[in-house]
Ligand binder design. Structure first.
Ligand code: ADP
Length: 639
């Protein structure tokens, strides 16, 4: 069979590993982080914008409130110089009546408009009359306030506007001063002190920590009490000197604001960080972290209003939005990944299907090729079987011929013995027939009859000698049948009897008729037995003890055994005695075919032939034969 080389089988794509590519994972994480950060920044920006707008509105509101409070009475001092009592006082400050009249006027005016105090000073800064003249503890009259800036401004002919802490009771207030002119000459200064208490109550309008710093950058009002009288930026030396001189903040020390604040934070505001450990801001719960500072200048008063918007809500919201953006992005990316994965799986399945179909097609063509090859082989085998059967037939014919030749060879060897067997009755017959003729001439017919009877008996005897020879010599095909081993042994012994006796061999035949019935061809079995017995006789030619033992028995497996044992020279050393043409006999005496043919014959019946050494000396040949009634298919086939 010509085997075709194996075709390359299409390889299925290896299943790709499920573990994700670290680079892709890193890129995805980066994208998610960037979008999260972007979301955070955008939300923070939006929150800041809202915060700014909101803070702007609140500042507007508060600035309007400040403006209302501060400017409501700002024009009052200007009207004071128009008052007759005040002018009289300026002209005759020593007159008790003038003082009294001016005091009463100022008191009434103050009560009417509801300011803290209204008072007038002479050119030296001494208070000449005041609205609180009759309050022993608050009375300004006689006090020297020349150090106050509002006095200096007023005396210089300007309108003075200042925040200051009161010297008498230490109450902070907004002071507005105007010069009192007598004609063109400035003769004194009129001052009104406006309370800022209302502002302190208005902080809630802002909803966040806030402060008001004056022109010096010093916090004068704040929703956080600790921030009061702190400087937003370190004060320059001249300002500090001036502050000290004018006792604006009532001698008290000016501390520093927790964080430096820019002069102008601009429309975007300034972000400041205030630490939690700053105990000064503890009273405001949660007042720590980042704040957006927005400012608004209060033009008329020269102050600055600052509001501190907490950035935490904005950042918390931004964090939420950032996280939401990141999660949403992650979800979308995951969705895309799942879709991509699905597409890949579908593609892989299609590829695998295609490869499978290819493999199928290849397999089918391979099967077709193999089938063709097998058919060829089958045809060849059939031919070989036919040739073999033919050869077997030829072999069988050759074997039959060989068997026949071997038989004839045996017959040839037996011829002498047989001739001897026949010579005796023949001689007797001759003598008797001669005598019979003489007795017949004499007319002695009874003796003639007697002689003829003996001759007939002798002829029968000769016939008995010749009949087995005829049977033996007949060229017949092997036909197995139930064969009594004892009969076959007797027939063989009959032919060899003369020879054994002559050789002086003692025969012990233990075979009993009917004891062992084998399934074989008797004629062929006899040929085997003659061969074995003859060999035994030859082997014992030079032996002192010449004993031939023949016995039959049944084996455990149901087969029969026939043993031909001798006390001869024993088996030759090399064990090839069953090989054709192996012989130890001199040329002309042995062909070396006897045992080879014998084994073939026995095997043809489904039996076997083997040789053993006898422990007591000599050889033993064991014929194994199938028992009749137990014949195998092989045996019947062989027949
Ligand atoms: P042949 O008798 O022509 O030699 P065989 O095949 O019958 O051929 O025997 C082969 C040889 O086997 C004999 O030459 C002899 O050496 C040996 N042989 C056979 N039978 C016996 C026996 N009973 N004892 C010893 N040797 C034997």
């Amino acid at each position: 069979m010509t085997d075709t080389p194996p075709a390359a089988t299409p390889q299925l794509p290896p299943s790709r590993s499920v573990s994700p590519n670290p680079l892709i994972v890193a890129v995805l994480l980066l994208v998610i982080s960037l979008i999260g950060i972007g979301g955070y920044r955008a939300s923070e920006y939006q929150g800041m914008q809202t915060l700014r707008t909101d803070a702007g509105h609140r500042l507007d509101l508060f600035a309007a409130a400040v403006d209302g409070i501060v400017n409501r009475y700002a024009h009052i001092p200007a009207t004071i110089q128009l008052n007759e009592e005040v002018l009289n006082l300026m002209r005759s400050p020593r007159s008790a009546t003038s003082v009294q009249a001016a005091n009463r006027f100022l008191q009434q005016l103050n009560e009417h408009i509801g300011s803290v105090a209204i008072f007038v000073m002479n050119q030296r800064g001494i208070v000449l009359a005041s609205s609180n003249w009759n309050h022993p503890s608050e009375n300004f009259v006689g006090e020297d306030l020349s150090f106050r800036s509002y006095f200096v401004d007023g005396l210089a002919g300007r309108v003075g506007r200042h925040f200051a802490i009161g010297t008498t009771r230490g109450e902070p207030g907004y002071f507005v001063s105007t010069p009192i002119r007598d004609g063109e000459r400035v003769v004194g200064v009129a001052v009104i002190k406006i309370s800022l208490d209302q502002l302190d109550q208005a902080w809630s309008l802002l909803g966040a920590p806030a402060l008001i710093a004056d022109g010096n950058g010093v916090v004068i009002l704040s929703s956080v009490p600790e921030w009061r009288y702190t400087a937003l930026k370190p004060l320059p030396l001249d300002t500090r000197v001036e502050v000290k001189m004018s006792r604006l903040y009532n001698e008290g020390p000016i501390g520093d604001f927790p964080v430096p604040i820019d002069d102008d934070p601009g429309p975007d505001g300034q972000i400041v960080h205030m630490a939690l450990h700053n105990s000064s801001v503890r009273p405001h719960a949660g007042f720590a972290g980042s704040y957006l500072v927005h400012g608004r200048g209060l033009q008329d008063v020269g102050w600055r209003l600052l509001i501190f918007s907490d950035l935490r809500p904005v950042r918390t919201q931004a964090l939420g939005h950032g996280a939401l953006a990141a999660v949403a992005t992650g979800f979308v990316l995951l969705l895309l990944l799942v879709l991509a994965q699905r597409r890949r799986i579908v593609r892989q399945k299609l590829e695998a299907k295609e490869l499978l179909e290819q493999a199928n097609a290849q397999l089918e063509s391979k099967v077709a090729r193999r089938t063709r090859a097998l058919t060829d082989t089958n045809a060849r085998l059939r031919k070989e079987v036919a040739e073999r059967q033919q050869a077997e037939q030829t072999l069988r014919a050759a074997q039959d011929e060989l068997v026949q030749a071997a038989k004839l060879a045996v017959l040839g060897q037996l011829a002498a013995g047989i001739t001897h067997e026949l010579a005796q009755p023949l001689g007797a017959m001759r003598t008797l027939s001669g005598n019979a003729i003489e007795f017949m001439k004499r007319g002695n017919l009874p003796t003639v009859e007697q002689n003829l009877t003996i001759i007939a008996r002798l002829a029968d005897q000769m016939g008995r000698i010749i009949t087995p020879l005829k049977t033996f010599a007949r060229k017949s095909p092997a036909v197995p049948a139930a064969t009594d081993l004892a009969h076959a042994v007797s027939a063989a012994l009959f032919l060899l009897d003369q020879r054994l006796t002559k050789a002086g061999i003692t025969l012990i035949n233990r075979c009993e008729p009917g004891q062992a019935i084998a399934w074989c061809d008797q004629n062929r079995l006899e040929q085997v037995l003659i061969n074995l017995i003859r060999n035994a006789g030859d082997a014992m030619a030079d032996s002192a003890r010449k004993e031939l033992l023949i016995e039959a028995s049944s084996r455990d497996d149901g087969d029969l055994e026939l043993v031909i044992a001798d006390s001869g020279c024993g088996l030759p050393a090399d064990g090839t005695l069953f090989e054709p043409f192996f012989t130890t006999k001199p040329a002309g005496e042995g062909l070396g075919l006897g045992l080879a043919i014998s084994r073939d014959i026995v095997r043809e019946f489904g039996g076997d032939l083997r040789a053993e050494k006898r422990p007591e000396g000599g050889a033993r040949f064991i014929l194994q034969l199938p028992a009749a009634g137990k014949e195998t298919n092989d045996v019947s086939a062989a027949g």
